[in-house]
Design a binder for this molecule. Structure first.
Ligand SMILES: [Ca+2]
Length: 154
């Protein structure tokens, strides 16, 4: 086997190991199911939800996701939470399969208001169809707030 051939085989094996072969196959629509789905999706829940005060306040806001092709490995989460002491807050993104991904940890030193920002969350690849949830916990008494809105981009 030539040196060039060995290299080609190695690259091919690495691509398969990295799952590139699988996604390349998925990227070439061959069935009608793939023709009725989108490769990009933006979903929002703008229903205001009050966050019960800590130390054990917890609330979650759902976003149902449908119509996406392929699998999700990275999700962009846009969050607008209004709160008078954001260090109280622990925020997780919960996937349809129940796996939770930490978006923000609480901090007793962070006395600023509000959590407003965009977070890139790496998730275990899989079918993104189903109900995603933003779960917000308030771990300390006194200050309160609400989820104003949040959205997901795939
Ligand atoms: Ca609180």
């Amino acid at each position: 086997m030539s040196k060039h051939r060995v290299l080609a085989n190695l690259v091919s094996a690495l691509l398969v190991a990295a799952g590139v072969g699988a996604s390349a196959a998925a990227a070439a629509p061959s069935s009608s199911a793939h023709m009725n789905c989108d490769w990009y999706g933006w979903y929002e829940n703008s229903t205001r939800v009050a966050i019960p005060d800590g130390p054990s306040g917890e609330v979650s806001s759902p976003i149902p996701v449908t119509g996406l092709c392929g699998s999700a490995a990275m999700v962009t989460v846009n969050i607008e939470v209004r709160h008078s002491f954001r260090g109280d807050l622990l925020i997780d993104l919960v996937a349809p399969d129940g796996t939770s991904y930490r978006v923000k940890s609480p901090s007793g030193w962070d006395s600023a208001d509000d959590v407003v920002g965009t977070y890139r969350v790496r998730v275990v690849g899989g079918d993104p169809t189903g109900t995603w949830r933003l779960r917000v916990k308030d771990v300390c008494a006194a200050d309160t707030g609400r989820i104003e809105k949040w959205s997901l981009e795939f």
